[in-house]
Ligand binder design. Structure first.
Ligand SMILES: Nc1ncnc2c1ncn2[C@@H]1O[C@H](COP(=O)(O)OP(=O)(O)O)[C@@H](O)[C@H]1O
Ligand SMILES: [Mg+2]
Length: 358
């Protein structure tokens, strides 16, 4: 049983299906078979539940946290997943929005796993074009044959063939994939406009592809999951609003402290105490950034610190020099933002002293 303590000092990767599984095989089977209909947590066979350890039962406010393939699912996450699964099944796209590092991409993949179909990933960026999404001419291949065998005769034959690619959206829409469009607001509105008719009319117009048909019909299994960070598009791409009107937007927030600790223990196979140390160090870095009115480091950096400490056997202790160094390396640019004007090595010395006190 993978009790909370049982995970302490654990260095080996856990076999995903052997420990800590408090579900009966019947439950497991039913949750797998009922995917998409069940109101219960849809947990595959390798789900572990932390719910039943005697230690944790003692804590009255203990929330239910399960892990699936090293992904920790809190009550809040499960609720979002279940609601989103319903909306997608009914044909409505969902959109996870929240600050960097709160877990939007992780949540999107967890959600996509619930549908037994291929997943297409798109990452929003300014240079994403209609050709990337729909496909188009990507160049030519040419074959040259030069016959110069007889000196005075020079014969040349050119054969030029157009090369075409199929765009990723076209592929996904045609074959009924689950599309994850991560950070979609980073793309230009002109590119994202293609999604308007996909989401509203269920067709994909094939502008500029020189194909015979002018549009294709969206496959009934096609599902779309979007993510965005509101800080990045506030007021920038106003015309995304039309798109936002066609999807169900669910705000995602930082996992709570308990979940953060679970995520670190699970991801990096470290003890709860070690995870707490990292979270406290992150909180300290966050408050320092807030005081200085600079960018605030995200939870992702805590995951990085935990993974690196675990992999390189750095003792997770704020008094340990190696840990301090690792922490400041991971916090790199946040650290630099916070020491404006000060000598870097002096500032680091001072901040290491502060870190020791957390
Ligand atoms: N529920 C979770 N279980 C395990 N790891 C998680 C969970 N949520 C977030 N993480 C980890 O936290 C970091 C940030 O998550 P990510 O999904 O990339 O956030 P976002 O997309 O909001 O920026 C990643 O390293 C991710 O693997
Ligand atoms: Mg992300």
């Amino acid at each position: 049983m993978a009790t909370t303590n049982g995970r302490k000092q654990q260095t080996q990767k856990k076999s995903s299906n052997t420990s800590g599984n408090s579900r009966t095989s019947q439950q497991k089977n039913s949750s797998q078979n009922n995917r998409g209909q069940s109101k219960k947590i849809n947990a595959p066979a390798n789900t572990k539940s932390k719910q039943t350890t005697s230690e944790e039962q003692g804590q009255s406010k203990q929330q239910k946290i399960s892990t699936i393939n090293k992904i920790v699912e809190t009550d809040e996450m499960q609720s979002i997943l279940e609601r989103s699964e319903k909306y997608l099944t009914s044909g409505y796209p969902v959109h996870f929005t929240g600050a960097a590092g709160v877990g939007k991409t992780t949540l999107s993949f967890q959600l996509a796993r619930r549908f037994n179909q291929p997943v297409t990933l798109l990452n929003g960026n300014e240079s994403l074009s209609n050709t990337d999404l729909l496909g188009g001419r990507i160049g030519y291949t040419s074959d040259k044959l030069i016959d110069n065998y007889v000196r005075k005769v020079y014969k040349r034959e050119d054969q030029i063939t157009e090369r075409w690619s199929t765009g990723r959206l076209l592929e996904a829409v045609k074959n009924g994939h689950t599309l994850i469009y991560d950070e979609f607001t980073r793309s230009l509105p002109s590119t994202n406009n293609l999604f308007l008719s996909v989401l509203e009319e269920g067709i994909l117009p094939l502008y500029g592809t020189q194909r015979n048909e002018s549009f294709i019909t969206v496959h009934p299994n096609f599902k779309a999951i979007f993510t965005s960070n509101p800080e990045e598009y506030a007021g920038v791409h106003k015309s995304q609003d039309a798109l936002l009107d066609r999807m169900i937007t669910i705000p995602v927030e930082d996992p709570n402290k308990e979940a953060q600790v679970s995520i670190l223990t699970e991801r990096a196979s470290i003890s709860e105490k070690e995870a707490e140390t990292i979270i406290k160090a992150l909180d300290w870095a966050k408050s320092t950034s807030r005081e200085n009115d600079t960018h605030v480091p995200s939870f992702r950096l805590a995951v990085m610190t935990a993974m690196l400490s675990s992999e390189h056997e750095v003792k997770i202790d704020v008094k340990n020099d190696d840990f301090q160094q690792l922490f400041f390396d991971v916090m790199g640019h946040y650290f630099l933002e916070n020491i404006q004007g000060e000598d870097v090595s002096e500032a680091q010395k001072r901040m290491k002293e502060e870190l020791k006190k957390v």
